[in-house]
Design a protein around this ligand. Structure first.
Ligand SMILES: [Zn+2]
Length: 379
């Protein structure tokens, strides 16, 4: 365990805490949410908006996708992924493990690694744990993630156990490769392991503990947000928190809805990533303090109210639901940009309020009030 993370304030009545993650590109206040920039860009939200207006301090890109296109050679020539995409703040890369649940990406999984289908030329490509690390070393992200074996939701206990064991074995390979190969563009790159085990507490805890003993900078939790009950996810987060040291920054991967984030924070989670806010925006589902709305519904056609009367973002200060409904219904791309901007603002602002409430020791009442307002009938 490195000293990349420090806890500042711990809640007196839950596992919630605020702190700081230190990376080679600066400090990131926790708990935080990372927008997903799979190909190096967040869909419909620009870098200036993320940095200057939404105050995003960290985002996550996909190592495997960048490796395929535009390719490592070009990104290395540019001086690494930060320089290539023009991002001077903290940057995570996922190894590609999440793609394991996507049929069109995976040919097969063996102990050697994952045989991916290259979506661009249909060739089969082996990504071994060592190769996953070499790719991320070359990209020079601030935080590299181990290759993990994520089973599909609903598999047998035996399948989850197998995937956890394989994830530990791959973790050992990743750690060795990282130590031997650090680094071309970021010699301070951190390496996080990813605990698997589905909703089986014993498997999750044993996997997390084994990964911790390997000596990663942190142990994250993967494989959520794919169909499990929310209460099972919260219970797993809490159990894993109990067995890992306090200074393990707990990254819960793939979570991005307001209610899930609040509950995960209550159980000790420190960081999140998900394409959910921007993906939902492109489908017209908009977060508001009084619950999600669907902007394509006829009820918004003549409404000159903002998306959310309690939101202070550019879109809510300047545009009406009627205008955004019109853009969305007429397939105007600018509408998708404005809706993606609002949803990203909503989540980043929620994280800011969560941090403040923890620091002022009133997280539980903040959560209760938020949930009460958010559960108003969808409109
Ligand atoms: Zn707004």
């Amino acid at each position: 365990m490195s000293d990349c993370f420090e806890v500042n304030v711990s809640s007196s009545s839950s596992f919630a805490r605020s702190g700081v993650l230190h990376t080679a590109h600066g400090r990131v206040l926790t708990p935080f949410f990372m927008p997903v920039a799979t190909k190096g860009a967040v869909k419909f939200v620009s870098h200036p908006q993320l940095v200057n207006e939404l105050c995003v301090e960290c985002m996550i890109s996909n190592a495997f996708i960048n490796y395929l296109k535009p390719g490592l050679g070009l990104i290395e020539s540019a001086g690494g992924l930060h320089k290539f995409i023009g991002w001077d703040k903290s940057l995570f890369t996922d190894s590609g493990g999440f793609q394991l649940i996507l049929d069109h990406f995976v040919h097969k999984v063996t102990n050697k690694g994952v045989f991916f289908k290259n979506p661009f030329d249909k060739s089969i490509e082996l990504i071994s744990p060592t190769k996953a690390i070499h790719i991320q070393n070359s990209l020079g992200s601030d935080v590299a993630m181990c290759l993990d074996h994520q089973p599909l939701f609903g598999k047998s206990r035996a399948a989850y156990l197998d995937s956890a064991i394989r994830t530990i074995e791959w973790g050992l390979e990743c750690k060795k490769a990282h130590e031997e190969n650090v680094n071309k563009t970021n010699k301070h790159q951190l390496l996080f392991g990813i605990a698997q085990g589905g909703i089986h507490k014993d498997i999750r805890c044993k996997c997390a503990l084994a990964l911790h003993k390997i000596g990663f900078d942190a142990v994250a939790l993967g494989g959520f947000g794919i169909g499990e009950a929310q209460r099972d996810m919260y219970a797993i987060i809490k159990e894993v928190k109990k067995i890992l040291p306090k200074n393990n920054p707990t990254y819960v991967m793939g979570i991005g809805s307001p209610i899930e984030i609040l509950n995960a924070v209550e159980n000790g989670a420190d960081m999140f990533d998900s394409a959910y806010p921007t993906r939902m925006a492109r489908h017209g589902l908009i977060f508001t303090s009084e619950g999600p709305i669907k902007i394509d519904r006829a009820v918004h056609k003549n409404s000159f109210f903002p998306l959310d009367k309690n939101c202070n973002c550019f879109v809510c200060r300047n545009h009406s639901r009627a205008y955004l409904h019109h853009l969305f219904k007429t397939y105007e791309q600018n509408g998708l940009m404005l809706l993606s901007y609002h949803n990203t603002y909503f989540i980043t602002n929620l994280m800011k309020e969560i941090r403040l409430s923890i620091n002022e020791n009133r997280f539980e009442s903040f959560k209760k009030d938020f949930e009460k307002n958010y559960s108003k009938k969808e409109n």
